[in-house]
Design a protein around this ligand. Structure first.
Ligand code: SD4
Length: 290
């Protein structure tokens, strides 16, 4: 068995390539990182990697993470600037014994020492969107949450699982703001003995429920990925509405160690992509709040 699940339809090309690699015995570790890298490299995805939307100071600060489900090793970067592939830096950090999660200048220093490719990540297109938005909001800039983070969970034929995320976070966020995506247990979590999950939406709210860990915990208790996703999202959504009168966007995907998968969301038109040994063609599905 092998399988892969990812947030948003922008993952389709990455998952299409990944499904062939997994079928040819590629490891979850290599596959998940090259699939996320593919999304980071594509300039028109405005919330991941190159072409990602900038913060309120017009700088592209990126968050990314990698987790290896056999050892539970984690690597993450937050608010990193001017490097082409934050997910690769996160994977390299997962090899360290300590100092696994680095932010800002420290992350950039590590990336530079280890020879990762430098790149100005602000495209003209993203700059234009920033200027338009700044004009519209000339009174007060407020972060815009309606865009998408890539998160993936991967199971290889050997039974190993990995997960990775990458995002430019919220458009017009404050400099130094870190979302859920690089935070273990919030934006992602994977344990090869159970399964993995990853989240997208309003990071500040996803963190309140440690959403990805909660899904893996529920799967460990014996819930199917679908039931675990439904329960975790709807419970957090309810708690947020009770205590704050509103809930931010919460969308999740999960896969267990057998390649069974699930998805839940409190928004409409949440797209995600799945490929498994049983249905190897990468397929885009759309889920709605219910
Ligand atoms: C964040 N969760 O930085 C990310 C943004 C996102 O769809 O997923 N948007 O809060």
């Amino acid at each position: 068995m092998w399988g892969m699940i990812a947030t948003w339809s922008m993952s389709l090309d990455g998952i299409t390539a990944a499904s062939q690699a997994l079928d040819h015995n590629s490891t979850a570790a290599d596959t998940v990182v090259s699939a996320v890298k593919q999304v980071e490299d594509f300039p028109f995805y405005k919330s991941v990697g190159y072409g990602g939307l900038p913060n309120e100071e017009s700088e592209v600060e990126l968050d990314a993470a990698y987790m290896e489900g056999d050892t539970l090793a984690i690597g993450a970067v937050g608010g990193i600037k001017d490097f082409a592939n934050p997910v690769m830096i996160a994977q390299r950090l997962a090899q360290e014994k300590v100092n696994n999660f680095l932010v800002g200048a420290g992350a950039e220093k590590f990336a530079s020492i280890h020879g990762f490719q430098r790149k100005n990540m602000l495209t003209q297109r993203a700059k234009k969107l920033y200027e338009q938005r700044a004009k519209q909001l000339s009174e007060k800039l407020s972060p815009y949450s309606g865009h998408d983070t890539v998160g993936m969970v991967c199971l290889d034929k050997m039974g190993s699982m990995s997960s990775a995320t990458s995002t430019s976070g919220l458009f017009m966020k404050k400099a130094g703001r870190i979302g859920d995506s690089p935070i273990p247990g919030s934006g992602f979590y994977v344990d090869s003995q159970v399964g993995g999950a990853t989240a997208t939406g309003l990071g500040e709210d996803i963190m309140k429920g440690c959403l990805s860990y909660e899904i893996v915990r529920l799967m460990k208790e014996g819930k199917s990925p679908q039931k675990a996703c439904d329960q975790a999202v709807f419970q957090l959504d309810e708690q947020l509405r009770e205590r704050h009168a509103e809930a931010g966007d919460l969308s999740v995907v999960a896969m267990d160690k057998n390649g069974q998968w699930g998805c839940a969301t409190n928004i409409n038109d949440f797209s995600f992509v799945v490929a498994t040994a049983e249905s190897p063609e990468a397929t885009v599905y759309v889920a709605n709040a219910h």
